[in-house]
Design a protein around this ligand. Sequence first.
Ligand SMILES: Cc1ncc(COP(=O)(O)O)c(C=O)c1O
Length: 390
Amino acid sequence: MKNNFSREDLDLVILHLQSDDPKLTQGPLVERFESLWSSWLGVKHSVFVNSGSSANLLSIFSLKNFFPDGGEIILPPLTWSSDISSIIHAGFDPVFVDINPRTLGLDDLKVCDAISDRTVAIFVTHCQGFNALTDLLLEEIKKRNLWLLEDVCESHGATHRGKRLGAFGQLSNFSFYYAHHMSTIEGGMICTDSDDLVEIIRLLRSHGMTRELKNEEKKQKFVADFPDLNPDFIFAMPAFNVRNTEIGAILGINQLKRLDRTVIERCKNQEIFFSDLDSEFYRTDYLFEGSSNYALNIVLKKASPNLAEELKREMIHVGIENRRGSAGGGNQLRQPYLRKIFQNLYNQYPETDHIHFNGFYIGNYPGIEPSQLKKLAEFFNDFARRHKQS
Ligand SMILES: Cc1ncc(COP(=O)(O)O)c(C=O)c1O
């Protein structure tokens, strides 16, 4: 991987720091970044926070206002840990559904089977730049009157039927951590079209303090209802402090200018790499349409954990940095924090387990030369040639 920061990004931060009395904590630049991000995504509101995990956390906690008795949230075991831990922290019940190997996202038919009277939301993860939405999934969500939450932390700029992912759900989450499509050092965004939800998210972001509300009427009602309190310090709900800074916003605003271009470059890299890759030995039949590649996925077609280990050793030997198991290291249900709750449930997700034991991802970034991508594909093809018989 390479740093996403350009010289210009960093110089803009320096320029800000050199100005007279620069504001550093959340301020007008954060608001500007939020508004530019909303326009880019095609939603009404965005709230800038300090990580994608915080975006997950606030999104799930905001649901408590609508479902005080809890309920089930359907999500895949191939996701990031914070998607699941937020659900547990907020007192909802995670219900796991296996993935479609061609998108690494939820299998829509299996989601339909898993919906129960207690289901309140479907929380999709758009893994590795792929689109996890399908028409069937969207229809079912609408028909059953469920909430759709989208984790787009790995898929900025990906689309479903031409519309950007993150603009479909009641709430969507992005990460701006290093190696993602753009970076604000640490950072995340929560997006929504709802005027009510965004106010709840703003409260949750900043201690529950009512001075964070944009709706003057709501703000003044708190002041009138609690005359014994200092209007600057009215805490409306149990909340968090997960704000970002003006520095993060400067980086975000400048990087957003080149996001569309970098998405195109990432996808070109994906195309070059996969068109050269041995499709008998590795999976290459992904649904690439609308994707916005995060990283190059190497998945053995035939399950062989031993061969995967051998491949890992050879990658390390020649200096190819890699991560086994895709987003979050594979099957989350195998992780200690979930085994305590769900014991052996991890056994029931064969598609996720296939990625867990036989899948890797390696970095993709704008600026990799086609010759480097071809050399990379040749490394994997050479491995395939030597191991096809085994
Ligand atoms: C799918 C997904 N969701 C959430 C996160 C959490 O984002 P962050 O690292 O910014 O906390 C990540 C992290 O990379 C991720 O890949």
